[in-house]
Each structure stands twice: as C-alpha cells, then as structure tokens.
Design a protein around this ligand. Structure first.
Ligand SMILES: [Mg+2]
Length: 373
C-alpha cells in the first residue's frame, strides 16, 4: 500500500497592518518560528507560511491524518501567539477570527478556516493550494465546476479514459448544516442548480468517481453562522490534486483566465471581481480589494513538500505569471463598473446576505417613522 500523507492548510485573520490590508512580518515570523519548532519535534514534516491579504496561512504536510488534535492545536497556538503580538502592536482586528477562547481537540468551529486532505502518495503527486482574501467559501464553486465537470475547460474529460467516469461532488448546505453527493456528468444540471447559489451551497470535496480517489478538499467555514453576527470574511482555502487521471495543473488554472464575481469585498457586503495574483500582490487596497486569489503549486514527496538541499520547500507561485494579466485587468474593469453603483444592488449583496452585518441596525432605527400607505 502506498504511503499516506496529509496536507493541511489552516488560516486565520489574526490582525492586519493598516486596516485589512496585509499580515505584517512580525506575525509571519511567529508562524515561521512555531512551524519550524514543530518540524524539529517531528510533529510535521514540511511547512510553508504565507499570507493572502490579512490572512495568515499555515500550510503543513505531515503523517497524522485529517482533523488531528495535535496539528489543530499547533495552528491554534500559533494564531493565539500571533494575535497577542497583533494586540501589542495595536494592529487592526487583532484576533478577529478567533471566535472562541478554549481549544478542545479541533480548530473547526472556532473561527480559522481549514482544508485538509489525506492522500495515498502516487508516483508523483502535484498539488495546487488556493487561498483567497475578501471573499467567501462558495467563490470556488464556479471554477471547481469548470475544472471537474466542464469538457470545454478540461480536455482530460474528453481525451483521458482515466477520467471518463467523471467526478463526485460533495456539496454542503451552509444554512441547514447538511451535505449531499452528486455525480457528474449524470447529475450535472442538478449540481449547477445547487452550487449556482454560491452563498448557501458550497463544494467541499470532490472524488474521482471510478475509484473514489480524493482530489479536492475545501474550507466551508461561515464565520457569521458561528458568531451569529458579521465578524469577518470567510476567506476560503482549498487543496486540489492534479495530473495522471486527474485534471492537469494547466486545466486547474484555466478557469482563472477570466475574472468573475464573488461575495465579499468591503465589509463582506459587496459583489466583487476575483483577482488572481502572485504572492507579492496578495494585498487588498482598493475598497479593501478587489478580492485576491493566490494559487501555489508543490509536489508531495515521501510525506514532505519536495524541497531543495537546504530543506526549503519548492513552491510555484502560479498567478505571478503574466498569463493572468488579462484576468487582472478584467477584474479592475469590473471593479470600476461595480463601484460606480455605490450601495445599490446588485453591487451590494442582497438583504438576506446583509442580515449579519450592521445594516439591519440602520433600518431598525427608521422603523417607527414608517406610516401606512
Ligand atoms: Mg481576510
């Protein structure tokens, strides 16, 4: 049997430099220090610390399986220490995603976003990790549909007999707390009927249908549902496995040739265009955006991220490529158009989505002044 390896990406907004712009170096250093210690003790085998906008991202590769209490505790302690540092520096929103005080075995439901995937290592296992800022979990629905169900995007669905059986999508209903599995191509229309409602139905996992090989795991955190009020954006992360009977890396990146609209942006209350960027541009400015998306590639190798001779993980920063320049320009054009509409729908999210924001308080104040017509 092949070696089992787990990839965990856990992220949290622990505080940010000048509003919701970027995670400053002292906080990234805490992530680096904590994970390097965990590597020393053998808890994890490899790691990569980075940020997308105001979210501190801990990518870890280890042998402990999914939902491992020690791995989750490591992330929790790291975020706590970083949040304390943020508090000291009076950074904005210090500890804002740490919604609960006590850790009890899992970081799920406490605020941070989690995506984990245990794989049996193939001969070569290319992985793409996606991380977005100023948006929400359902924003991966559209590209996931295109990658795993649309033959106009993924040539392998047509050409590669290993993919002919299609893929199974697990969809979470974030409102009801339920999930359902739909098989494509047979249930392709039903899938779109569900996941087109991006604020409620979220693709959480995908398997290759013929052998149940896991190929996608995404975070489904809805912070507002944990806290009962608006406390921050859900800023999703996702792990996608590529090649050899799965979509090629290039097919996984192809949907991002164009921008598209996602829920989030300023105050988590607006539709905004997703902007694929390299790590150096993963910082939000204009109207706290536009929502940024990073895609990092690496190879899993004997329980680790394939590394150089000094042990530094080899990481591909896909969206740093000029090939995504047209998508970035498209995103800015859409941003300019949407902002011209100010607070008028559909630039602003629907009233149902605004339920957890401060908007209802404003409406409530006017209630007494309404008279019958
Ligand atoms: Mg964020």
């Amino acid at each position: 049997m092949a070696r089992k390896t787990t990839i965990s990406i856990i992220k949290c907004d622990v505080g940010s430099l000048a509003g919701h712009h970027v995670v400053p170096k002292p906080l990234l250093d805490i992530g680096e220090k904590r994970l390097s210690e965990a590597k020393e003790t053998g808890l994890i085998n490899s790691y990569y610390v980075f940020n997308v906008g105001d979210d501190l991202q801990l990518l870890m590769v280890h042998d402990r399986g999914e939902s491992n209490p020690e791995i989750h505790q490591l992330a929790w302690n790291t975020f706590q220490e970083a949040a304390n540092k943020a508090l000291q520096l009076k950074l904005y929103g210090a500890g804002q995603d740490l919604l609960k005080n006590a850790f009890s075995g899992t970081i799920r439901g406490l605020g941070p976003g989690v995506a984990e995937m245990e794989i049996e290592e193939r001969k070569s296992d290319p992985i793409v990790v996606f991380a977005a800022d100023k948006t929400s979990a359902g924003s991966f629905n559209l590209p996931l549909f295109r990658i795993f169900a649309d033959p106009m995007n993924t040539a392998g669905l047509v050409i590669d007999p290993n993919m002919a059986g299609g893929f199974k999508f697990e969809v979470v209903d974030a409102q009801e707390g339920k999930k359902v599995v739909l098989k494509c191509p047979e249930e392709i229309y039903e899938l779109v009927a569900l996941i087109g409602t991006v604020e409620r139905y979220i693709v959480s996992r995908i398997w290759r249908a013929r052998d149940n090989l896991i190929c996608v795991s995404g975070s489904v955190t809805k912070l507002s549902l944990i806290a009962g009020k608006y406390v921050g954006k859900d800023d999703p992360v996702m792990i996608v496995r590529a090649q050899h009977g799965l979509p090629a890396v290039g097919e996984i990146l192809a949907p991002f040739m164009h921008s598209y609209l996602v829920a989030g942006w300023m105050r988590g209350s607006h539709w905004g265009p997703i902007m694929p960027v390299g790590l150096k541009d993963a910082r939000c400015t204009l109207f706290d955006g536009p929502p940024r998306l990073v895609a990092l590639g690496f190879q899993v190798s004997d329980g680790k991220i394939a590394s150089d001779d000094e042990g530094n993980p080899l990481i591909a920063d896909f969206f740093a490529d000029p090939a995504f320049e047209p998508a970035r320009r498209e995103a800015l054009k859409l941003a300019i158009m949407l902002r011209r509409m100010g607070e008028f729908e559909p630039a602003r999210l629907s009233v149902e989505s605004m339920e957890y924001t401060t908007l209802p308080q404003v409406i409530e104040k006017l209630k007494e002044r309404f008279t019958p017509i």
